[in-house]
Design a protein around this ligand. Structure first.
Ligand code: HEC
Length: 162
C-alpha cells in the first residue's frame, strides 16, 4: 500500500469515528425537547403522577392490574424527574415563557435531587404495596409519596399563575 493510500484510509477512519460520536450525542439530546416544549412535557409527566395519586386516593382494592399500572407511572416519573430539569429550563431560560419552576432549583441542585430521590424511595414502597394489592400498605405508601411531592413543591414550585 502506498503512503498516500494509507493516509486516505486513516482519514476515512477518523471522519467515520467523528461522525459516529456526533450521532451518539445527537441521539442523546434528541430525547428531550427544549424551551417551552420541555416545560410543557415535564408538566405533562407530573400530571400523570398526579393522576396516579388520584387513583390511589380512591382505590378500594378491586383492581390489582390498575394499581400496578398506577405504581409504574409513579416509578417512571420518579426515575426521570431530575433529567426533566436541565440547567436553563427555569424562568427566563431560552424559549421559556411560563413555568412554575423556581430558580432556587438550580441554586440548590443537590437538594432538589435529594427531594426527587425521596419521592423515588417512597414510590418504592408503593410498588411493593401495589404488587401485593395490600390496601392498607397502599394508603401508607400514598401518604409517604404525597409528603415527598409536597416537600419539593414547597421549596421549588412557585405559585399558580393568577
Ligand atoms: C423534586 C421536586 C418535585 C417532586 C418530588 C414532585 N414535583 Fe411536582 N413539580 C415540581 C416542579 C418544580 C413543578 C413546576 C414545573 C414547571 O412549571 O415547570 C411541578 C409541577 C407539578 C405539576 C404540574 C401542574 C402545576 O402545578 O404546574 C403537577 C400536577 C405535579 N407537579 C404533581 C406532582 C406529584 C403528584 C408529585 C408526587 C407524586 C410531584 N409533583 C413530585 C417539582 C416536584
Amino acid at each position: 500500500m502506498t503512503r498516500e493510500r494509507f493516509n486516505w484510509i486513516l482519514m476515512g477512519l477518523i471522519v467515520g469515528i467523528a461522525l459516529a460520536m456526533l450521532g451518539v450525542t445527537a441521539s442523546q439530546s434528541a430525547d428531550l425537547p427544549t424551551g417551552q416544549a420541555l416545560v410543557d412535557a415535564r408538566i405533562a409527566q407530573l400530571k400523570k403522577a398526579g393522576g396516579a395519586m388520584q387513583f390511589f386516593g380512591q382505590y378500594d382494592g378491586s383492581d390489582q392490574t390498575a394499581a400496578a399500572a398506577a405504581a409504574k407511572i409513579l416509578d417512571d416519573v420518579a426515575a426521570d424527574l431530575v433529567s426533566w430539569f436541565p440547567e436553563g429550563s427555569g424562568p427566563g431560560g431560552p424559549g421559556i415563557e411560563k413555568t412554575r419552576a423556581l430558580p432556587a432549583i438550580w441554586a440548590n441542585f443537590a437538594d432538589f435531587e435529594a427531594k426527587a430521590k425521596a419521592m423515588d424511595d417512597a414510590v418504592g414502597l408503593m410498588t411493593v404495596a401495589a404488587a401485593s394489592n395490600d390496601v392498607a400498605a397502599i394508603k401508607t405508601a400514598m401518604g409517604e409519596v404525597g409528603k415527598a411531592c409536597k416537600a419539593c413543591h414547597e421549596a421549588y414550585r412557585g405559585p399558580e399563575e393568577e
